[in-house]
Design a protein. Structure first.
Length: 475
């Protein structure tokens, strides 16, 4: 009996495989909303379609059919198809009624993991790159002469990594050179596939590097940025982990957020640049008040210049080889994920008596091992750090050698009495500063005698600083 059942199952499976081959190439003429019917009429189950060429008319319903019912698609050729507008609930958006214009709808090819090549319709005017979301194996896309605009969303404005963009030479808006996408005049560079290796020379005509142009190009060892480039947009070189060096020419006036994030190679800025500077391979604004980027291959101890006031978002992102970093007392802002995944840090030296307020900066030290990384702070400031957002997570040690220059050690005392803050043991004209626990200075006043009385704004915990002495008071 078991033998009979097994034979029956095997015969049935063989019949299915014969009726529905595992690899099917098909060319069909479609009417709007009729692609699935046309394929079925040709005697093929849509699920087995591998290579598809469509002529005629299609709409959002047909894109949904390709995406959801033909998920084994490798190659799609729509060069001979035109797209009709459609209103209804059967398009690429789920369930609800939408109006779809005569363009490729958003999410049209979403999650077609096996898609290898795509040829867009010869009559297509606009194209949303978002429609290629998660097409992780796409190797080539052909842009027709008719295309005049590609929509780029912040979260999805790149072609899939490794994809080559082939532009019809007759297109008046776009061009490609060595698989890299430009506008027609080659003043704007849009996209470089991650398969690009070695050295890449950006054409001298380029003035604008678009967001994420070289994102994830981890096999590039060098990129030459010509003198003439004015703007390098956000995350333009993000993840270029094999770069040997980054040279910023004098022409660059704007560098976007995390433009060189997670990128190796010392940064060198042309001294003639009016907007940016570099020191020991680290990128700053011109007067070095903003620390913008530290390359991920920076190792050992790093001491920031005393001019730095702002450590920007993700400045030290993934700097895993740093073992120690010194933050000067001049710093008053540390950005989101500034030291994210700096898991090699053994010590952080924060020279500010009052901890920098991190309440608006998330995940500053995420990935730093706070059980093995010691936070060194000036004498008298440990209490303030133990209460401060994110700083309090470290093992904190007061370090006498971090005392503020030209500030004397005092024997002052601070108490709250009858609703007044009274500070005693002062020298005449000595400055008394009062901070809240967010590091915001509330009072800064010179003493006229050996004591001073001050009015606190509200009940709470405060830090009183006199010279290099700090005292915690509760009101």
């Amino acid at each position: 009996m078991k033998r009979t059942i097994l034979i029956t199952v095997c015969l049935y499976s063989a019949m299915i495989l014969q009726a529905s081959p595992s690899s099917t190439t098909i060319s069909v003429v479609s009417t709007a909303g009729g692609l699935t019917s046309a394929i079925s009429t040709a005697g093929v189950d849509p699920i087995y379609v591998i290579n598809l060429k469509v002529t005629g008319v299609i709409d959002a319903r047909d894109f949904k059919a390709m995406r959801d019912d033909m998920f084994n698609l490798r190659d799609i050729d729509l060069s001979g198809a035109s797209i009709a507008a459609y209103t209804g609930a059967d398009g690429t958006y789920p369930d609800n009624v939408y109006y779809y214009p005569n363009n490729i709808p958003s999410y049209a090819f979403n999650n077609l993991y096996y898609l290898n090549s795509l040829v867009l319709p010869n009559t297509l005017n606009d194209f949303s790159i978002q429609s290629l979301s998660n097409c992780i194996n796409l190797k080539s896309i052909s842009i027709p002469a008719s295309l005049h605009y590609m929509t780029c969303y912040e979260s999805s404005h790149r072609f899939p990594n490794g994809c080559s963009v082939i532009v019809d030479p007759a297109n008046s808006n776009y061009s490609n050179l060595e698989d890299v996408l430009f506008n027609k005049l080659k003043t704007d560079i849009y996209f470089c596939p991650t398969t690009k290796t070695g050295v890449y020379y950006i054409p001298p005509t380029v003035t604008y590097i678009y967001p994420e142009t070289f994102y994830g190009c981890s096999n590039l060892t060098a990129v030459t940025i010509p003198n003439g480039v004015d703007q390098i947009s956000y995350r333009a070189f993000y993840g270029c982990t094999s770069l040997n060096q980054v040279i910023i020419p004098s022409s660059v006036s704007y560098i976007g957020y995390s433009a060189f994030g997670n990128t190796s190679g010392d940064v060198t800025v042309d001294p003639a640049n009016f907007y940016f500077a570099s020191e020991r391979g680290v990128l700053f604004n011109k007067d070095k008040t903003y620390l913008i980027h530290c390359p991920i291959d920076k190792s050992g101890n790093y001491i920031m210049p005393t001019s730095v006031k702002h450590i920007v978002d993700s400045a030290f992102y993934n700097c895993r080889s740093l073992t120690s970093v010194t933050i000067p007392s001049s710093v008053d802002y540390i950005g989101v994920r500034a030291f994210y995944n700096c898991n090699g840090l053994k010590s952080i030296y924060s020279n500010s008596i009052i901890p920098v307020d991190l309440s608006l900066s998330d995940s500053v030290f995420v990935g730093v091992n706070k059980t093995t990384c010691t936070l060194h702070v000036p004498v008298g400031s440990k209490a303030a750090y133990e209460l401060a957002n994110q700083w309090k997570d470290f093992t904190i040690v007061e370090d006498a050698v971090m005392a503020v220059k030209n500030s004397k050690t005092t024997n002052s005392k601070a108490i709250v009495q009858n609703g007044q803050l009274k500070v005693t043991g002062l020298d005449a004209n000595e400055q008394v500063a009062v901070y809240n626990l967010q590091g915001i200075q509330l009072i800064n006043q010179a003493a006229g005698a050996d004591n001073i009385s001050l009015t606190l704004p509200a009940h709470g915990v405060y830090v009183v600083c006199v010279g290099k002495q700090s005292m915690k008071v509760v009101y």
